[in-house]
Design a protein around this ligand. Structure first.
Ligand code: FEO
Length: 598
């Protein structure tokens, strides 16, 4: 029997008889049920094995014991692939004390009756057991993969016995790569319990581990960071591979054709990895594994009995059961008279967290048309947006929408023209130096506030907070102060420079004195010193992105054609192209702030 480390021996067995592990997973290379003997002043056996291997396993133990008797049988997991031989073992070694937790013994009685294990040691989380020179510590790992599961840490030898954790499909007498079958095993069997695995990993980081002894698969004694990192990725539902997994079902080949054409397009647009699978003709567990492995997935399927094709239905059920999340998903549906698949898929995936759906999805009505292929191209481009952008050959190197990604806060700049107070919405406020503090404020020359501040040399910057409603933006952003008294009938507090500041919807304000003016053509930049600054609340600052997503009402573009102003929602309801020099009649923003209505 193989010695793993300092009198710790392997006594497990290989199973090449099994057809389906846990009654559902194909295991072409069999399965290993691991068990260990720890020889010390006291002798401990770590778990039993599957029912089919009682004698082989007891022989293995007997060879290591060499006439001695075991003191403890430690039961880390009660699933029958590890517990089936508890009774046989106790028949052979009746004086052994069985070690487990409260739940272990409940499950043991459920399987074997209340007479089982008369000598018991019930342990609590983090309890230790002295064997002589070695000390074992029990670390509970509930739901990895049953509630009673506990790991055992040999403090002396730095060996972690990890129950199903770090296990894989495959017998130990077959050479194969660890990750593929460990991943299929993980997502099939433990995938739902990512949060619980994360808890155990956090705990494992506090232990000094040199060897991991799982109940399935090889003993890991080298490069442990590799395995722990993969477990971290899997259990945190991060993606291991940047690329697209296309999972399809096809009745007469038309949906398959769309899947394969999409594959070609993705490759042409620089997708680093594409995998395509026919769900009806491949291992479902392998498909589930790939769905978690890839960052993006396309589901292509037919409508069937007003639902979706059975294999796709089963596939999605597997994903949802396992807390599928953090992915980008595209949908190709096919339906000759009433395509329903997309609607059904979306409702099935409703519970999944943090899913980004493509804007471009495809509906085929029987066979691919020219228009379908154009949509397929849009899908491919959307899926490959980041790959195209990173490609020297394919990227648009002059994409001015990059400028929209600059983060902006939103401010109301208040001033006074000598007769009335004025305020307007500005997003171009920046602290440019700190010694001394200098703030730049850039204002369009068409704006009445530019005129006032040029004359008076002072202004207040009111920093809007996230509670500011849309009416604030309407009031200060959509009309000119030359035509309207924006503070009519209001009495607002004033700062030391005599200018008003807003009494609500701001978290702070700053009073500025203009020190320099920079003529930028259409705009003027005021570089200012700070004469006063007050913090009013601790609320978050309103950003342009927050305003767009949470404050601005969605424009009513239903049934309209043309362009919509992304700032105020004004619709340019014309079918012709938006003129380049067009200015929004409502908020005065330029044509670049408009987008085409889809
Ligand atoms: Fe290997 Fe959960 O049993």
């Amino acid at each position: 029997m193989k010695e793993i480390k300092n009198n710790i021996f392997y006594v497990g067995v290989n199973d090449h008889i099994i057809d389906l592990f846990e009654g559902q997973y194909i295991v072409p290379n069999g399965m290993a049920y691991n068990s260990y003997v720890i020889m010390d002043k006291k002798i401990a056996i770590m778990d039993t094995v599957d029912a089919k291997f009682s004698h082989e396993w007891l022989d293995n133990i007997s060879n290591v014991l060499n006439g001695k008797k075991p003191d403890y049988l430690i039961v880390q997991h009660m699933e029958p692939d590890h517990s089936a031989n508890i009774k046989h073992f106790l028949d052979a070694y009746p004086n052994t004390t069985v070690v487990g937790n409260d739940k272990t013994f409940t499950f043991m009685e459920n399987f074997f009756g209340s007479d089982i294990a008369k000598k018991r040691l019930v342990v609590k989380n983090n309890d230790t057991l002295e064997l002589g020179s070695k000390t074992l510590q029990f670390v509970f790992a509930p739901m990895v993969h049953w509630p009673e599961v506990m790991f055992t840490y040999d403090i002396t030898d730095k060996v972690l016995f990890s129950a199903d954790g770090f296990g894989k499909f495959g017998a130990l007498d077959v050479e194969e790569e660890w990750a593929c079958e460990a991943r299929r095993y993980y997502f099939g069997i433990v995938g739902k319990y990512g949060a619980q695995v994360q808890n155990v990993l956090k705990l494992a980081k506090t232990l000094d581990i040199e060897v991991i002894c799982p109940l399935h698969g090889p003993i890991l004694d080298d490069n442990l960071g590799y395995y722990i990192n993969l477990y971290d990725i899997w259990s945190s539902y991060a993606s291991e591979v940047d690329g697209v997994f296309i999972a399809y079902t096809s009745v007469y080949g038309n949906t398959k054709k769309a899947a394969l054409e999409l594959e070609e397009k993705l490759k042409a647009y620089g997708c680093p990895k594409v995998s395509v699978s026919d769900l009806a003709r491949s291992d479902m567990a392998e498909n589930v594994e790939d769905a978690f492995k890839y960052s993006k997935i396309v589901l292509a399927t037919t409508t069937y009995n007003a639902e979706i094709f059975p294999f796709m239905n089963e596939f999605i059920n597997h994903l949802v059961e396992r807390n599928y999340q953090n992915k980008t998903i595209g949908i190709i549906e096919n339906g000759s008279w009433a395509p329903m698949a997309k609607k059904v898929i979306l409702s099935k995936l409703e519970k999944c967290k943090n899913i980004t759906y493509l804007e471009n999805n495809l509906t085929i009505k029987s066979a691919l048309t020219k228009e379908n292929r154009e949509t397929l191209d849009l899908m491919a481009k959307e899926l490959c947006k980041d790959y195209i952008a990173k490609s020297d050959n394919l990227a648009n190197k002059h994409d001015l929408t990059a400028l929209f990604k600059i983060g902006y806060g939103l401010y109301v700049i208040t001033s006074n023209d000598g007769k009335k107070d004025n305020g307007f919405i500005c997003n171009a406020v920046t602290q440019v130096t700190s010694q001394p503090n200098r703030i730049s404020v850039t204002i369009n020359k068409d704006n009445y506030s530019h005129h006032i501040i040029k004359q008076t040399g002072i202004m207040n910057v009111n920093v809007l907070s996230v509670d500011a409603p849309f009416s604030v933006f309407e009031k200060f952003g959509f009309v000119s102060g030359r035509a309207k008294d924006k503070f009519e009938g209001e009495t607002l507090p004033k700062s030391d420079n005599g200018l008003v500041y807003l009494d609500k919807y701001i978290n702070s304000f700053m009073s500025l004195k203009v020190e320099q003016y920079l003529d930028l053509g259409t705009h003027g930049m005021f570089i200012c010193s700070l004469t006063e600054s007050r913090v009013i609340t601790d609320k978050e600052t309103m950003t342009y992105t927050y305003y767009q997503e949470k404050v601005k009402p969605k424009p009513d573009t239903e049934g309209k054609k043309g362009y919509v102003c992304t700032v105020c929602g004004y619709v340019y309801d014309e079918t012709d192209e938006l003129p380049e020099d067009y200015v929004c009649p409502l908020c005065k923003h330029p044509a670049s702030d408009f987008e085409k209505i889809k």
